[in-house]
Design a protein around this ligand. Structure first.
Ligand code: HEM
Length: 133
């Protein structure tokens, strides 16, 4: 079970990283409409939430410490914040839209770091505990 926790938590941070690539795909697609962000949208609304839930479930099944289990839940909250920030940035105009859009990117960076911390925590669980000689 711990091996599955390591694999899925690493997949989570890789997909979080890919989400930046998908944002760039949207930004540089010439049509520039909402369809340009379809990969970013599917990943943000479906793939990442599903992977986050799977990571939390595997953390619980792996009997990970409470702090680590709590950390696995955090990306879901940050993803919900991403949806809110994206919606607000769309609703606002001018500088307000740019600032909130910028916060969406900053929150994305925070989410990647949390996902990396979860993956490192999962990897630590599989290391053998060294007994003093
Ligand atoms: C890990 C990082 C990120 C996550 C988890 C994330 C997640 C999301 C989510 C859930 C949405 C809402 C999708 C929808 O309503 O269908 C969204 C929309 C959006 N995101 Fe991100 N995002 C991330 C990073 C970024 C970055 C770095 C940028 C660009 C600098 C960006 C640009 C956008 C834009 C422009 C939209 C609106 C797309 C549209 O109008 O359909 N995102 N993002």
């Amino acid at each position: 079970m711990r091996k599955a926790f390591v694999i899925v938590s690493h997949a989570l941070f890789i997909v979080f990283g890919l989400q930046f690539v998908f944002a760039a795909v949207g930004a540089f697609t010439e049509t520039g409409d909402d369809n340009a962000y379809v990969l970013h949208s599917i990943t943000g609304m479906a793939v990442l939430p599903a992977l986050t839930l799977a990571t939390t479930l595997l953390a619980v099944l792996s009997k990970a410490p409470g702090r680590l289990v709590a950390l696995t839940v955090l990306p879901l909250g940050l993803i919900i914040l991403q949806v809110l920030l994206a919606g607000l940035a769309d609703g606002f105009t001018g500088v307000a839209s740019s600032v909130v859009g910028g916060l969406h990117a900053v929150n994305g960076i925070v989410a990647v770091h949390v996902a990396v911390a979860v993956a490192r925590g999962a990897a630590r669980l599989t290391r053998p505990v060294l007994e003093p000689a």
